[in-house]
Design a protein around this ligand. Structure first.
Ligand code: CO
Length: 212
């Protein structure tokens, strides 16, 4: 069988499976989505957001890109963030990285892979900022630590963002979480948590004036 047909066949089996437990499963799903979580994860095929958190369709709003980056000029990510925070009013935004991330590994090397290097270049800044800590580690430890530092940095990027800061001003949500997924154990680990009261370099505090 051609490999893509396996997916279509599995889809039919999945529908039957869901309907056998809840005959109205898809009818309920059709009209509304009220997820409490926005998940910003890596595109890596080994870290499926719903699966590793035991969630069903309708429970996670998901954005994935290579190395789970929050880039201030990425209109794709920003649109997802705005919709999740302002319309869906998610309570939590989770940035989830993973050990063994190929994107982070490439950023630690000098290998040029074309366009993707422009994207991963942002990770090199994290190396530069944390050079002292990282240079004391061996290659593998360095890779693991960079995965963690990358997650923590992306959570900070969220906290520096106007969409998040305005929402914090208007009610205190969402909570920002930084997690890392371990491919070997399947376990998630908490690395960072930020809320409206978290310390932020004053240069990134936005003044909304009388707005909102
Ligand atoms: Co990755």
């Amino acid at each position: 069988m051609e490999s893509h047909k396996k997916l279509l066949l599995a889809n039919k089996a999945w529908v039957q499976d869901k309907l056998s437990v809840h005959p109205d499963y898809f009818a309920r799903m059709e009209h509304t989505q009220t997820p409490e979580y926005l998940w910003i994860g890596c595109s890596d095929s080994r870290v499926p957001a719903e699966e590793v958190t035991g969630r069903e369709p309708g429970e996670l709003f998901v954005h994935r890109n290579i190395a789970n980056l929050v880039i201030h000029t990425d209109f794709n990510m920003l649109s997802v963030l705005q919709y999740a925070v302002e319309v869906l009013k998610v309570k939590h935004v989770i940035v989830c990285g993973h050990y063994g991330c190929g994107g982070v590994k490439n950023a630690l090397s000098n290998r040029h892979l074309g366009l993707i290097n422009k994207w991963l270049r942002h990770i090199k800044d994290i190396y530069r900022i944390n050079r002292k800590e990282l240079e004391a580690l061996d290659e593998n430890q360095q890779w693991r630590r960079m995965v963690e530092l990358n997650v923590i940095e992306q959570v900070k990027h969220l906290a520096e963002n106007s969409i998040v800061q305005r929402s914090w001003k208007n009610g205190g949500l969402p909570l920002l979480h930084g997690w890392v997924y371990d491919l070997q154990s399947g376990l998630l680990k908490e690395l960072a948590l930020m809320n409206a009261e978290s310390e932020l370099d004053p240069i990134f505090r936005l003044d909304f004036g009388d707005e909102g």
